[in-house]
Design a protein. Structure first.
Length: 219
């Protein structure tokens, strides 16, 4: 008796997926519309991963960060696949630059996939909205912090989250989300302390004292 075919499609690893893109990209130019159409089920994590890798590079991190907002918001909204505005989706992009980027990423991914691989399947079922929200906050952090090289940490975390999701590694996904939340909480604490220091310099009082006086409380 023949064995019935599997109802679930076999997972395509990140390196294999990117290799398929490299081998099938149109000569000369390609578009984001073509790119999304080739990624199918794994389009969200793959697109976010690629954009996050680009966002690590100084000089283009702003553009990549802005583009990251599009699939991230759509992921939170529950869309099945990312869609870019028509003008952006059909914008001709250089095939040579894509291939050069893929030739650098693919060998690294093959090494990384020794550590990042399918496990903890229940953790992978974390709602896409939660994953998308964390990525969105990291993307905003990438865009609003003007310090040189400050883009590297949020871009690296977005890459790790997207790759873990792409490879269906629940353990690494949970670890990446925990680290991301910790980094965002630390950033929030730094901003809060900076605002308190600024108000103390400006008004000569700390924010709690200022609020107390505004409410008529004399300390």
């Amino acid at each position: 008796m023949s064995r019935p075919p599997d109802s679930e499609p076999r997972l395509v690893t990140g390196s294999a997926l990117l290799q398929e893109l490299h081998d099938g990209v149109p000569p000369g130019q390609f578009t984001l519309q073509w790119l999304v159409s080739r990624l199918h089920k794994q389009s969200f994590p793959a697109i976010i991963f690629l954009l996050a890798i680009v966002a690590v590079v100084p000089g283009v991190s702003l553009i990549a960060g802005l583009l990251l907002l599009v699939p991230t918001v759509q992921m939170i909204a529950g869309q099945l696949a990312p869609t870019f505005p028509r003008r952006i989706a059909t914008l001709p992009l250089s095939t040579d630059k894509l291939n050069a980027c893929l030739r650098r990423i693919i060998p690294i991914l093959k090494v990384v996939e020794v550590a990042i691989h399918p496990r903890w399947p229940r953790a992978v079922t974390v709602p896409k909205r939660i994953v998308g929200l964390v990525i969105l906050l990291l993307a905003v952090r990438l865009l609003v912090v003007p310090i040189p090289l400050s883009n590297m940490l949020p871009a690296a975390l977005i890459s790790l989250i997207a790759l873990s999701y792409l490879e269906e590694d629940g353990l690494m996904l949970v670890l990446a989300l925990v680290i991301a939340v910790a980094v965002l909480a630390l950033d929030a604490k730094i901003v809060q302390d900076a605002m308190r220091s600024l108000m103390k310099i400006s008004y000569g009082v700390s924010p709690p004292s200022l609020l107390g006086r505004a409410g008529g409380v004399i300390e």
